[in-house]
Design a protein around this ligand. Structure first.
Ligand SMILES: [Zn+2]
Length: 231
């Protein structure tokens, strides 16, 4: 059962602890709070997470997920990518299908719907981030139809297992940061650029590969040119 109610705008969203909950990964970290606050125009809505999970548990679908769990990628990031492949993230379209009445147009471009595949693949913002990311990897640009299509590409890319694992980390981090940029815009009204988002991906993947993986030591200047340069 979804519990949703209007709240009068008595304080700025930045002042509320729930406003710091921009993504599903972060939502999972605040188990003591059973709700997330969303905003539509000047109104706030409280969405019960327990209610959403009950509905989620009733939705069954075949498990055909190309996600690969690796040590170098934090579980919250891989978990988010796993749910995105299953179209199980809290996009506006997903919430709308569960009975939450909120605007469903894309917050980046207004030309599409705030759905999983549009936010993370089809939107012009996501496309530009992915173009920068693939250019950094020296991988020729190509289009993808869905999140699962992109994740499947990384899971089968190239002949070197180590390079493939790094590309998998890059793709999962790409999904994470595009979702984070979208959530920052929706919940905190903070805007970022595709190039800034791509920069965050480069920095974070470098740290993961260097300090969480078993690939040996990577040199920052080399990784900045290409993540596979020292391999
Ligand atoms: Zn869009």
């Amino acid at each position: 059962m979804i519990v949703m109610s209007d709240l009068r705008r008595s304080r700025r969203p930045e002042d509320s602890p729930e406003a710091d909950v921009p993504s599903f990964g972060a939502i999972r970290g605040t188990r003591t709070h059973d709700h997330v606050r969303s905003r539509s125009g000047t109104n706030f809505y409280i969405i019960s997470l327990t209610g959403l999970r009950i509905i989620d548990s009733k939705i069954t679908c075949a498990v055909d997920n190309p996600i690969i769990w690796t040590n170098e990628v934090p579980r919250k990031v891989t978990g988010f990518a796993w749910r995105a492949c299953m179209d199980r993230i809290f996009s506006a379209v997903a919430l709308s299908l569960r009975g939450v009445s909120i605007p469903t147009s894309c917050n980046f471009c207004s030309n599409g719907l705030d759905s999983t595949d549009h936010i993370l693949i089809g939107c012009s913002f996501a496309t530009e981030v992915l173009q920068w990311t693939l250019k950094w990897c020296n991988i020729p640009w190509q289009t993808f139809d869905s999140v699962k299509d992109l994740v499947g590409f990384a899971a089968n890319w190239g002949r070197c297992p180590k390079k493939r694992r790094i590309l998998i980390a890059i793709v999962y981090d790409y999904l994470w940061f595009v979702w984070k940029a979208r959530s920052d815009m929706v919940f905190n009204k903070r805007h970022t650029t595709p190039t800034n988002t791509a920069d965050h991906i480069i920095i974070e993947v470098y740290n993961w590969v260097n300090f969480r993986g078993n690939f040996g030591r990577f040199i920052w200047s080399d990784s900045l040119c290409c993540p596979f340069k020292t391999m």
